[in-house]
Design a protein around this ligand. Sequence first.
Ligand SMILES: Nc1ncnc2c1ncn2[C@@H]1O[C@H](COP(=O)(O)OP(=O)(O)OP(=O)(O)O)[C@@H](O)[C@H]1O
Length: 364
Amino acid sequence: MITFDAVTKRYPDGTVAVDELSLDAPTGEITVFVGPSGCGKTTSLRMINRMIDATEGDILLDGKPVREIDPPTLRRGIGYVIQQAGLFPHRKIVDNIATVPRLLGWDRRKAHDRAMELLERVGLDSAMAERYPFQLSGGQQQRVGVARALAADPPVLLMDEPFSAVDPIVRTSLQDELLRLQAELHKTIVFVTHDIDEAIKLGDRVAVLRVGGRLAQLADPKTLLAEPVDDFVREFLGHDRGIRRLQFVSTDGLRLRTDLTVPEGYEGGRSEPWLLVVTADGRPVGWVPGDGRGEPQPFGTFRPGHDSMRAALDATLLSPSGCAVAVDEDGRALGVATREDLDAALAATLADGGPHASPERPHE
Ligand SMILES: Nc1ncnc2c1ncn2[C@@H]1O[C@H](COP(=O)(O)OP(=O)(O)OP(=O)(O)O)[C@@H](O)[C@H]1O
């Protein structure tokens, strides 16, 4: 556990970057620091591994003040990942990853084997090992940055905007990868971002900071979206907060209709406005009008119990029928959720006191 106990950082020019910050980053969880530019996120993060020393207050690592631990010893237990990876340009990828183990005195063979293991863990081909950083894409470099930080298996990982410099698609896959790794490794992670969507996706807990380095709110993502404490947090969360809350509403138990599917070759005869054509082995093909005329139209899918209500609602918007196609993990149609059924399920959830009821996280 990392504890900030009334931590203040005043730079020599008088700037108060962090002001009496108190919070816990629990062991094995991802705590995200989010907030507008200049609110003190990076300063807060760097005080944990003493790249910056606090002016007042204490940061405790498992109860021990970090100011009592000499920086090299402290950093041995703390991996650090920054924007644009910060790899050593003249070292091969394998040597970049092996940097800390080598510094710790591991022999060359063991450090090499560990680097190769990590390369695979972060989803990179072993052929990358012999390349230099400039021969990798930005996203691949970021993966190497994560591998390097994990090399000596530190219990704590500090990540400062690690995925900011890559395009949105690569960014999504890096976020998914981090969550997959974290499900195996259970590191204590403090993650800095200015992107609230990233914070909500990755954080077990999200600390929203305001300029001047003051904590505005610390909460799990569901609570944050449902109950922002003030206008600053509400505005920071954005105008589509209501829609985003649906990420935390489960589709478990949503009514599915199985009477709206027809086989391929359907030629009309049913009275419903839209019907879903499915193949003989149950795969959706598209929506056709009840009279069977015309080409099958686009459809949207979701996996009940796995995907959130937000995904189900999105699926209804992708089809002319206004219905979402429920599929199993192999993509076979389980049934169809109508907009009315979604509305009814949402009304019931809201009547229950909001989406707190669901244990689901959006990435699961
Ligand atoms: N070495 C320094 N000397 C004086 N002021 C500094 C120094 N480093 C940072 N600051 C100031 O401290 C405040 C917090 O900076 P910090 O980099 O921690 O913010 P941040 O939230 O990480 O910002 P960003 O999202 O833009 O990276 C800012 O006002 C910044 O200008």
